[in-house]
Design a protein around this ligand. Structure first.
Ligand code: 2P0
Length: 330
C-alpha cells in the first residue's frame, strides 16, 4: 500500500492561458503568468493498493461519477507508468474555499494530486517535473506547484512545457486579490470546451496570440520594477482580450453575466476615485480584483456598498504545493 497526501493552492492568471496546441499532452498555445493565492486550496490523498479492484475518486466527501473518475484515472495512469506499478487507487480530495462559490479550481486539485502521487509512489520528481506531470491533468495546475508569481513556459513537447517562479523579491506579499462572487452555478461552457471552440473558430484568435506575447513581456517588466499600475493595467487588458475571443467564436459565447459587468464597472469607479485596483475574469462570471494589500480594507468598504459581504473574499499570495503525509507498507 502506498499513500501520499498533499495540499496545493489555487492560482489566478494575470496573463491567461487560452488555447491548446496539443490537447492530449496539454501543451498551450501561449505562455501564461499567474499569482498563487493562499485563500483557496485543495488537499488530496491518494492510496494505491493491490486490494483495490478499480480507481475511486471522492471530492468533498461525494463519490464522483464515472466521467470525473475516468479523468482522474487517466492522470493516475501517468503516475503508475512512471512508478512501474499497476495498482488501482483511491483518491480523496477536499476543497477548502470560504464559501460554496464555484471557485474550486482544477488547478489546485490536479497540482495536489500530482504531489500526492509523487509522495505515495516515491517518484522523486523535481518541482519542474512535478509541474510537467500536473500539467497533464489540467493546464493551469502546472502553475500551482509554485508559489508567488509563476510563468508557464508553453514549450513544444511534454518535457519542455512547465511552470517556474518569476523572481520578484517577494513583491507579491504586498499584493492581494479580492474575489467578487457572482454565481456558483456550473458553467454552460467548460474552459476546456471554450478554449477549443475559440482556437478552432474565433476570428480574433490570432490577434489574441499576438497580444498575449506582448502582454506577457509587459507584465514581467512590471514585476521586475514593482510597478503596480503597470501590472494592473496589463492584467485587466489581457483578461478583456481573452474574453473578446469568445464573442467571435462559432457559436459565440461569453462567460460574463450582467452582474459581472456591474462588478467590472464598480472596480473602474473605485479606481477613478483614486484607489488602484484592476479586474480580471476566468472561465466563469466571478470577478477578481488585483490590488495592493494596504488598500484591501478601503476597497472592500467601497465594494460592500454594491455587493453583500458573503460575495466578497480576499486572498494574499500563496505558497507552492506542500506534502502532508506519506505512508508506505509492503
Ligand atoms: C488560466 N483558465 O490561465 C485560464 C484563463 C481559464 C481562463 O486555465 O483544459 O482548467 O484542464 O488545461 O487549466 C482553466 O483551464 O484547462 C484556465 P485544462 P484549465 O487560468
Amino acid at each position: 500500500m502506498y499513500k501520499g497526501k498533499a495540499r496545493a493552492y489555487t492560482n489566478i492568471a494575470l496573463i491567461k492561458y487560452w488555447g491548446k496546441k496539443d490537447a492530449q499532452l496539454i501543451l498551450p498555445m501561449n505562455n501564461s503568468l499567474s499569482l498563487t493565492l493562499d485563500a483557496f486550496y485543495t488537499e488530496t490523498s491518494v492510496t494505491f493498493s493491490p486490494e483495490y479492484t478499480q480507481d475511486t475518486f471522492t471530492l468533498d466527501n461525494d463519490k464522483q461519477d464515472e466521467k470525473a473518475t475516468a479523468k482522474v484515472s487517466r492522470f493516475l495512469d501517468l503516475a503508475r507508468k512512471k512508478a512501474g506499478i499497476s495498482y488501482y487507487a483511491n483518491v480523496e480530495s477536499q476543497n477548502f474555499v470560504p464559501t460554496a462559490a464555484g471557485l474550486a479550481s482544477s488547478a489546485s486539485g490536479l497540482a495536489a494530486l500530482a504531489k500526492a502521487c509523487n509522495d505515495a509512489l516515491q517518484l522523486g520528481l523535481s518541482d519542474k517535473e512535478l509541474s510537467q506531470l500536473a500539467r497533464r491533468g489540467s493546464g493551469s495546475a502546472c502553475r500551482s506547484i509554485f508559489g508567488g508569481f509563476v510563468e508557464w513556459e508553453k514549450g513544444y513537447s511534454d518535457d519542455t512545457s512547465f511552470a517556474q517562479v518569476i523572481p520578484s523579491d517577494a513583491w507579491e506579499n504586498e499584493l492581494a486579490m479580492i474575489f467578487i462572487l457572482i454565481n456558483d452555478q456550473k458553467k454552460d461552457v467548460s474552459s476546456r470546451d471554450g478554449m477549443q471552440r475559440t482556437v478552432e473558430t474565433s476570428s480574433f484568435y490570432d490577434a489574441w496570440l499576438d497580444a498575449a506575447a506582448t502582454d506577457l513581456q509587459t507584465a514581467k517588466q512590471a514585476i521586475a520594477k514593482k510597478d503596480f499600475a503597470a501590472l494592473g493595467e496589463v492584467t485587466e487588458a489581457n483578461g478583456l482580450k481573452m474574453h473578446a475571443t469568445t464573442l467571435a467564436a462559432t457559436p459565440p459565447f461569453t462567460y460574463w453575466s450582467p452582474e459581472s459587468l456591474r462588478a467590472m464597472n464598480c472596480v473602474r469607479t473605485i479606481r477613478q476615485a483614486g484607489l488602484p485596483c484592476y479586474f480580471t475574469m476566468d472561465a466563469g462570471p466571478n470577478v477578481k480584483v488585483l490590488c495592493q494589500k494596504k488598500d484591501v480594507p478601503a476597497i472592500l468598504d467601497k465594494l460592500k456598498q454594491e455587493f453583500s459581504p458573503e460575495q466578497l473574499t480576499s486572498a494574499s499570495a500563496g505558497k507552492g504545493a506542500v506534502s502532508l503525509e506519506m505512508e508506505v507498507s509492503k
